[in-house]
Design a protein. Structure first.
Length: 492
């Protein structure tokens, strides 16, 4: 079965989804979700090892050779991302049982796991496929299921957040499919590798530049790059806790991968960064995200919403790495993609435990929470330290490489701004510490107890990963540097 892993990891959750609907039982749906998530993780690890040993894997669907048929193409960067998505999914799905029971009506549990399986299939499909239109199809599968997952929250504002995400997501998807269509018009192919080989002959044509513009705007809407982020804060704040954790750690990261794939593997570095002012545009938008979103986060009264704005700022750090157009900068962006996924998954999972016990995560309600939920509160502090970039956490590794990239390019002032923006993270993380540890718990909080172990253990696994990969970054930085080198060489 190993030769079929590229397609099996997508097909299994895709098949599991209708089976869950037919069974109509929440417990069975959860077991199926656990099975397909862990199977995807095993296959992703196997693919990563295979790519490391033997190079690019090309899998032809239906034995139709590319570029005539649809090709799944696994190389160093998407193998790295497949492991990330399946790892987050495997941890989140274990956590989800208690969280979903508390936040989603019982009769909708099987629908929740159906949408989860479809979202997982879509994210893995986006990452694996080597076909432009196939990428759009999987993007829509993951997006449509995400809208439903967000809307399943008990808070009525989740419906509005989902609708807002639907509108902006649909605009983004429309821009993407127009961009892919223009590339097909100019090259006569949808295979991304074949498209890359044919584009040099028509690079100066206006439809190609228009395609680049449409794809950039559409993908940046999906990855929530400032100022195209307006859907994200409400979606993260009002969705069920497990949905927030899953989407924050995977959906925007997969969109960053799509941007990398088109910029480096399809259009080519010379077209995007040498012939056009994309470096300056990304630099300005990234710095704006880092400072404006972090400042807005400071003034939020809901902890989930605060960390949602923090995510916008952290996406700015990822795109800042891309703006350097260097091996070190690209490595920093890719490694922060991985590190931020671990950190935000941990934080939102821990906040889910607070929401389970308290019914919400507003600052006015969580005073003194550390006295009754010490493990949860301490985990949130460690996750916050990673956002700040304190040594011995994954956040420090990311920011260290960003500073190195800035100094390498001679832009010492950008290195200064990276450090300065981290001080804003100190402010909003300290708000949580101050409320949790230095306020007296009221009568409601005093009666609470620690989150259930089935929620606490997965959360702390993510926290442990934040510390472990902060102390030993050989695997993450090594994988990111190899992926960066492959992208800069123009992987076809």
């Amino acid at each position: 079965m190993a030769p079929h892993f590229p397609i099996l990891q997508v097909v299994l959750p895709l098949i599991a989804a209708p089976v869950m609907v037919l069974m109509r039982r929440g417990a069975v749906a959860w077991l199926l979700a656990v099975a397909v998530s862990w199977a995807a993780l095993v296959m992703s690890l196997a693919l990563l090892a295979q790519v490391a040993d033997g190079g690019v894997i090309s899998y032809a669907i239906g034995n139709w050779p590319p570029p005539w048929g649809i090709e799944y193409r696994i190389d160093r960067i998407n193998a790295f991302l497949l492991v990330l998505v399946s790892l987050i999914a495997s941890v989140v799905v274990i956590y989800s049982r208690a969280s979903v029971a508390a936040e989603v009506p019982r009769e909708q549990h099987y629908l929740f796991y159906t949408m989860y399986a479809l979202c997982l299939a879509g994210l893995l499909g986006i990452t694996s496929t080597g076909d432009g239109f196939n990428l759009f199809v999987f993007l829509e599968i993951s997006s449509l299921s995400s809208y439903v997952l967000i809307a399943l929250g008990r808070d009525r504002r989740a419906l509005m957040a989902s609708y807002q995400y639907l509108i902006m997501g649909t605009i983004g998807a429309t821009f993407i499919v127009i961009g892919v269509g223009l590339l097909y018009l100019m090259t006569g192919t949808l295979n991304l590798a074949d498209m890359a080989a044919r584009l040099p002959g028509v690079n100066d044509a206006r439809p190609v530049l228009a395609a680049l513009a449409f794809l950039t705007v559409g993908i940046c809407l999906k990855l929530a790059l400032f100022p195209l982020h307006l859907w994200l804060p409400n979606a993260y704040a009002y969705a069920p806790s497990v949905v927030t954790a899953f989407l924050a750690a995977t959906a925007t990261k997969v969109s960053v991968y799509v941007l990398l794939r088109f910029y480096y593997s399809v259009f080519g570095e010379s077209t995007v960064f040498a012939a056009l002012p994309m470096r300056d545009i990304l630099l300005v938008l990234s710095l704006a995200a880092m400072f404006i979103a972090s400042t807005v986060a400071i003034f939020q009264d809901n902890v989930k919403r605060m960390f949602a704005y923090s995510s916008v700022a952290q996406i700015g750090y990822i795109t800042l790495g891309l703006s350097f157009d260097s091996a070190t900068g690209l490595t920093a962006g890719i490694v922060h993609l991985f590190n931020h996924a671990l950190t935000k998954a941990a934080l939102f999972l821990l906040l889910g435990g607070v929401a389970l016990r308290l019914g919400g995560v507003r600052f006015e309600n969580i005073g003194g929470i550390a006295r009754v939920m010490p493990f949860t509160a301490f985990g949130i502090v460690l996750g916050g330290l990673s956002l700040i970039g304190v040594p011995a956490t994954v956040g420090f590794v990311s920011k260290w490489y960003l500073v190195l990239a800035a100094l390498e390019s001679g832009a010492w002032w950008i290195a200064f701004l990276i450090v300065l923006s981290s001080l804003l993270a100190v402010v909003y993380v300290w708000r949580v510490v101050e409320v949790a540890y230095f306020r007296e718990p009221d009568a409601t909080v005093a009666k609470l107890k620690e989150a259930p172990l089935e929620m606490l253990i997965p959360s702390w696994l993510m926290i442990a990963a934040c510390i472990y990969f902060g102390l030993d970054s050989a695997l993450t930085v090594g994988g990111a540097s190899q992926a960066a080198a492959a992208l800069l060489q123009g992987v076809r």
